[in-house]
Design a binder for this molecule. Structure first.
Ligand code: APR
Length: 248
């Protein structure tokens, strides 16, 4: 039997996709510049305030923007890391650049723009446990969701499979605890790249992994957190350098 590979958890955000041409959220000229978040990306906008057409138009724009983006050297380095490490990605990005590069285990905590689902899908967890959300319909889509598309199972409207504000993120915290344990006690590595870590609960990952010995933050403007090693610069430059070091 082969030796067990050391685990690497990579936590990423918009800055990882930035070098592929996807604008980040909170920098100037960021994604939300012309639209307020409340209008285009909150649960209530869709379900209570009837902003569905505006939201679908907004995500159509995102879909078309991502469509032509290609992975960069940083994504490719992360694929190379899999030669010697057991790598799991926890990404806040809704694009598929990590998968396009060839990364095998990618968890999208804020969903994926390449999927569409019923507005009553059971992964839309509301804190009041509303029983309305119980449909199963979710499929890959080759074009943006259009207004008026209906769920073939329950006749609900279709929406992109992205996690909006005030919806619970797609994180299995029990599984996460296992990864933290493995990275902490079995010489693993935690890498955080291209996220301001301002959106919770995903932002808590930096604290969860803070007791790990080998941990890095790669960012254009890295903010000090615990005793993380801060690497300042572009993900497309610094990830290949870090991966080369780890593979030695
Ligand atoms: N290389 C590395 N880091 C970069 C680069 C780059 N080329 N370009 C920008 N950054 C950094 C910025 O300095 C910033 O710290 O990436 C981070 C991007 O932060 P945000 O724009 O806040 O994006 P993110 O953390 O992914 O946002 C989280 O918020 O709006 C919601 O759901 C949306 O998933 C998103 C979440």
């Amino acid at each position: 039997m082969g030796e067990k590979m050391r685990k690497v958890v990579v936590f990423s955000g918009a800055g990882l996709s930035a070098d592929s041409g996807v604008p980040t959220f909170r920098d100037s000229n960021g994604l939300w510049e012309n639209h307020s978040v409340e209008d285009v990306a909150t649960h209530e906008s869709w379900y209570e305030h009837n902003k569905q057409d505006l939201m679908l138009r907004f995500y159509e724009e995102r879909y078309n923007q991502y469509k032509n983006c290609k992975p960069h050297a940083g994504h490719e380095a992360l694929v190379k890391l899999e030669e010697q490490f057991d790598v799991t990605h926890v990404t806040q990005n809704i694009d598929s650049l990590l998968e396009d590069a060839g990364c095998k285990d990618v968890r999208h905590v804020h969903g994926r723009i390449g999927m569409k689902k019923c507005e009553w899908h059971k992964n839309i967890t509301t804190l009041d446990g509303d029983g309305m959300f119980k449909c199963d319909y979710k499929v890959e889509t080759l074009k943006p969701v259009e207004s008026g598309e209906k769920c073939p199972y329950c006749d609900g409207k279709l929406r992109p499979d992205v996690c909006w504000f005030n919806e619970c993120v797609h994180i299995d915290f029990e599984e996460m605890k296992e990864w933290v344990r493995e990275v902490k006690y079995e010489e693993g590595v935690f890498i955080c790249t291209g996220t301001s870590a301002q959106v919770y609960p995903a932002g808590y990952l930096l604290s969860f992994f803070s007791q790990v010995k080998e941990k890095y933050i790669i960012d254009l403007k890295p903010q000090p957190v615990a005793d993380y090693v801060l690497l300042e610069g572009r993900a497309s430059d610094l990830l290949p350098a870090l991966v080369e070091n780890l593979l030695k």
